[in-house]
Design a protein around this ligand. Structure first.
Ligand code: ADP
Ligand code: MG
Length: 249
């Protein structure tokens, strides 16, 4: 079982950049099947997700929306394999992630998935370039390879002139663009973003959403983004609406 799972993860490792984008656009790349996530707080049970079934197609840009506390972050964390559902399962690119050990999940995330968070989550003592290439380094790429990949993707997000700048010397919008570059550096099959514009003004939010849209339309990057701003929905192909831990309607 262990060996079998390892092999399947290795498939992700051997593929060429963007290989996760192969196949027809209509095929599912992420499937959440009847996901329940309950948090136990002493005697109290919080039912954050009460049986959610969703399917994200390859190349789609999907928004997850709903009121505060409706379960958006919890759902994103299940689909992004950052958390384990109480019941139900998540299938990513035909791999049933419930069969993976924690170690295998870590490796699967490193090679196949990318994340953007509202607080950027950059390492403050590392430069923009170092923040971006750290995951490529962990994948065992050569120094020349990871440095040039970082420069290339930072240029693509408009920060080609700030490779050696520290996050503390950058605006919020610039830091978020570094985190987008980091999330995309290894050509993930799916990019997950949790309220990526929550700390940004509307002009800077627009720039970040334009970037997502560009990577989605030009590279076919699959994106799943949590947001509570209605105007963000216009950038996406589809909205998944949550209410009280369930799909709305
Ligand atoms: P949203 O992102 O839509 O605001 P969340 O997914 O963060 O909502 O939370 C959904 C519900 O689950 C809320 O009631 C929240 O308090 C609860 N919840 C989320 N994470 C935890 C946790 N780690 N422990 C306990 N309760 C949690
Ligand atoms: Mg949230």
């Amino acid at each position: 079982m262990e060996t079998q799972s390892e092999e399947r993860i290795e498939i992700g490792r051997e593929t060429e950049p963007g290989a996760g984008l192969s196949g027809t656009k209509s095929s599912a790349i992420v499937e959440g099947i009847n996901i329940v996530r309950t948090f136990k707080m002493g005697e109290v049970e919080v039912r954050a997700l009460r049986g959610v079934t969703v399917s994200i197609r390859r190349g789609e840009f999907v928004a997850i929306m709903g009121p505060s506390g409706s379960g958006k972050t919890t759902l994103l964390n299940q689909l992004g394999i950052l958390d384990t559902p109480t019941s139900g399962k998540v299938i990513v690119d035909s791999i049933d992630t419930s069969t993976l050990s924690d170690r295998e999940k870590g490796k699967f995330r490193l090679y196949n998935l990318g994340y953007v968070f509202q607080d950027y989550a950059l390492l403050p003592e590392l430069t923009a370039s170092e923040n971006v290439y750290i995951s490529l380094m962990m994948q065992g790429k050569s120094k020349a390879e990871y440095e040039s990949s970082a420069a290339e993707i930072l240029t693509a997000v408009g920060l080609g002139d700030r490779l050696s700048q520290l996050p503390s010397k950058m605006s919020g919008g610039q830091q978020q663009r570094v985190s987008i570059a980091r999330a995309l550096a290894h050509s993930p099959r799916v990019l997950f973003a949790d309220e990526p514009c929550a700390n940004l003004d509307s002009q800077t939010s627009k720039e970040v959403l334009d970037l997502f849209k560009k990577f989605n339309t030009e590279l076919g990057q699959t994106i799943v983004m949590v947001t509570h701003e209605d105007w963000h929905a216009a950038y996406t192909d589809r909205v998944i609406r949550l209410k009280d831990g369930m799909l709305e309607q």
